[in-house]
Design a protein around this ligand. Structure first.
Ligand SMILES: Nc1nc2c(ncn2[C@@H]2O[C@H](COP(=O)(O)OP(=O)(O)OP(=O)(O)O)[C@@H](O)[C@H]2O)c(=O)[nH]1
Ligand SMILES: Nc1nc2c(ncn2[C@@H]2O[C@H](COP(=O)(O)OP(=O)(O)OP(=O)(O)O)[C@@H](O)[C@H]2O)c(=O)[nH]1
Ligand SMILES: [Mg+2]
Ligand SMILES: [Mg+2]
Ligand SMILES: [Zn+2]
Ligand SMILES: [Zn+2]
Lengths: 211, 211
């Protein structure tokens, strides 16, 4: 039983199911406490004002903290506890998708377990893969975890409103990311709690006003 | 080849080697960017003023960022890159110990990879296991990761100096930890960057002035 092969098989199944139902999807990976749930909830509120119907899969080791926050934000959510696994995989997402009516949503957000290592090796079958980090983890996050940034489409730096309080220069992370991606990709800056930069995050994920 | 069994075997070897050389040791687990390296460096400076000789193993996926910071703090450090693994294990530590002269140090700090899931299952053979989280990750860290807090001796809540800036009440985490450990253990609060609470961290790890 090759775990990665099985994962790829299920990821293709997930991708096909989402495509057939015309559902746009994003896998939000990132560090622990970087603001993934806050971004999912705030994006959901922004996009549902435009008439988009938002679904989500809340990946967590245990409990329903994130799931409850999503439901409170009006999202059609499914809770997915990973137990001993420190990452979601496509098999778990395949099961969770069966609990969602894909004809009733336009966008699916998947929140992965906070971890900047293994999620890189487990694509889930979503259109986009995003990595969320925040200024509070320090300015070395890109240098220390090149793999996950190279295996994703969009990088988001959150909580930029408190960069001074934590003494971190967002410019260092932006430059590291630009260098890692050969000057091709720009890190998106936001402060999801206050809503600053949220529109840029939506645009980077193909969910902007014209998207 | 049972990974956990092999880990336990090597952990016992590590424990014996450290005991024979009278070296006190701590495995610092915790979330990404919580302040593990800052705590290791600041504790090392505090303890070396008391004549203790400090060694360390810097566990990271890749690079030498943390290793360089430890060396700059006067620590006799060994760098240990884990590659695809999102946690250190006792086999890697066993190899790293061979690069250290255990007769030349009194205390060994091991900094694990930032991750609140798998390190719980991979004891390294140190005397103490500590989990470091920070207020900037939110107030739900204990609720969401009970396992690692139950598989460790000391819990440290760092960056408490900026709790107001991030709008997090440290009291919630302290209560969650007390409840999880049946009222037996107290979470240690500190702000390693400013040095507040560092003495309490040392004491909780058996490295206090009378320790
Ligand atoms: N100042 C500030 N705080 C934020 C921002 N976004 C999130 N937070 C706070 O950061 C903490 C963690 O946010 P979450 O949204 O739970 O982060 P997460 O990445 O989903 O966390 P896990 O799922 O536990 O890995 C909470 O206390 C949030 O209020 C932001 O843009 N600015
Ligand atoms: N305000 C404040 N910032 C802190 C404190 N401790 C660490 N930091 C900052 O938090 C960021 C991360 O600190 P590190 O010591 O690198 O954290 P770490 O846990 O070793 O990070 P990784 O090894 O990458 O998982 C850096 O910008 C530090 O300056 C603290 O007590 N207060
Ligand atoms: Mg979350
Ligand atoms: Mg570190
Ligand atoms: Zn994992
Ligand atoms: Zn792991």
């Amino acid at each position: 039983y090759d775990v990665l092969q099985e994962n790829h098989k299920k990821a293709r199944e997930n991708y096909r199911a989402l495509m057939e139902h015309d559902v746009k999807s994003v896998d939000f990976m990132g560090s622990i406490g970087a603001g993934k749930t806050t971004i999912v909830c705030e994006l959901a509120k922004l996009l549902s004002k435009r008439g988009l119907r938002i679904g989500a899969i809340a990946g967590d080791v245990t409990g329903r903290d994130d799931f409850d926050r999503m439901v409170a934000a009006g999202v059609t959510a499914v809770n997915c506890n990973t137990g001993k696994e420190c990452h979601l995989d496509a098999v778990m997402v395949n099961k969770a998708l069966k609990e969602l009516d894909l004809d009733a949503i336009d966008v699916l957000f998947v929140e992965n377990v906070g971890n900047l290592v293994c999620p890189a090796d487990f694509p889930l079958g979503t259109d986009y893969r995003a990595v969320v980090i925040s200024v509070t983890e320090g300015d070395d996050m890109v240098r220390k975890h090149p793999d996950i940034f190279l295996h994703s489409d969009v990088a988001v730096l959150n909580k930029v409103g408190i960069s001074d309080a934590v003494g971190v220069d967002p410019g260092i992370l932006v430059k590291d990311y630009e260098r890692l991606t050969g000057g091709v990709k720009k890190m998106v800056l936001c402060d999801a709690k206050s809503g600053n930069g949220l529109e840029e995050v939506a645009e980077a994920l193909g969910l902007g006003v014209v998207g």
